[in-house]
Design a protein around this ligand. Sequence first.
Ligand SMILES: Cc1cc2nc3c(=O)[nH]c(=O)nc-3n(C[C@H](O)[C@H](O)[C@H](O)COP(=O)(O)OP(=O)(O)OC[C@H]3O[C@@H](n4cnc5c(N)ncnc54)[C@H](O)[C@@H]3O)c2cc1C
Length: 449
Amino acid sequence: MPPTASLAPLLRELDHLDLVSAGPQLQQLSHDQFAFSPLLSDQLRDCCADVVVRARSTEEVVAVAAACHRHGVPLTPRGAGTGNYGQCVPLQGGVVLDTSAMGAVRQLDTSNGVLTAEPGCRLLELDRQLQPEGWALRLAPSTWRTASLGGFIAGGSSGVGSLRFGLLRDPGNLLGLEVVTLEPQPRVLQLGPDACRGLNHAYGTNGIFTAVTVPLAPWQNWQELVISCPDQATALALAEQLTASALDLDGLTYLEAALMERMPPLPGLAMPAAPSLLLIAAPAAIGVIRELAAACGASCIFERPQWPPTGLLLRELCWNHTTLQLRLQDPAFTYQLLLLPDPVGPVLDALSGRWPGWLHWHLERVRQGGRPRWVGFALFPWAGAQQLQDLMAAARSLGCLVFNAHALTVEDGGLGVVDADQVAAKQANDPDGLMNPGKLRGWLELQQR
Ligand SMILES: Cc1cc2nc3c(=O)[nH]c(=O)nc-3n(C[C@H](O)[C@H](O)[C@H](O)COP(=O)(O)OP(=O)(O)OC[C@H]3O[C@@H](n4cnc5c(N)ncnc54)[C@H](O)[C@@H]3O)c2cc1C
């Protein structure tokens, strides 16, 4: 904590709230899934909040924000703690404000598919409530079962649905926020789509969400498919053909053979040692997908409805769950995230050729800037910080954008550049820089001028 901060009076002021100030739970609620990165593990292992406050209402959030400001204590918001970049880890101790108990749906407009819900709502639980009304969330990380709505907006980036709706920060994916500021008298702001931009994916550095408004998609009886392909080139060409068609797809993942055979089995399916596509597709698309697959020597080897979600879900072999499944077998594995240029094949071959046998490829098809693109998860056993730097440099020289999965700040985990909207929102909502300190590089640079 900053030397000027004062914890004892803050604790006295907040002692009517649900507090955790000692024991293993304090450390557990101070950490997330940063173990995915050996670099972040070294930096974050010893970070711990002085106290965790589990807020149940906007009024309680306001009380915590006011007390933190009064006593100069840092405040780091937390949802379900599934982030894997240390987003909710308090670098300077202080208060971790856990909003996971704020789980009410405030408004569901079934006439136009707009949802306003509190930040602690779990994404799958939201979908369970939306499904009977004929609606569904547009985007969800592969941590659909566990992640919170507020944590996804503040800490996530994309996921299932990104093939249709792009990345989380694309205009239109966030319609409104209710936000508590960190000032002598915290304000409760109601922000529309434009004003939200600077708080979307800002790691809770510039406002505490107490409600989130998102557009929904009509519910669809999505089917999970696995297509086994003769080789990588065929798999990538088929994937590109499918996503350039009029087929309704919610997700498309490519796994190379060595990854596919290491994934846990889906019901009735022994995972083949073959390059494979994992698809989430509308029922009306299935016949055409099967025909296009057969035409290039591929075959559909698994088909199952996604709903109701029970047991291991196909999406739990996708996105960062692929890394998780691999790490369950060999914790030495980690990953780096790349936005790949077209054509993708030569880039994969060049990187694999430089480190034979070290890199394994898992790709996700997304819509970026209005057109289908590949996001690459390069998976590899950790070989030290220098080799990671070499991989990033080699990827950049081949035209890849690196979203560094081993970085602490919003900017370094993203496009690498400072977003003026995020910094402006911090100046307005957290003028003393107490919110999740150390995570917004643009703010740190401003302080050093
Ligand atoms: C196996 C695995 C798979 C994953 N797959 C994906 C994926 O497909 N796509 C993806 O984008 N991410 C993915 N992630 C990362 C993470 O699960 C998601 O981003 C998730 O949505 C985070 O939600 P959370 O509730 O756990 O947030 P947390 O981890 O608790 O917090 C994330 C960030 O949000 C901030 N925050 C939380 N609540 C609030 C609030 N009320 N107000 C303001 N800020 C707040 C926190 O300070 C933190 O900076 C994955 C992680 C793992 C471990």
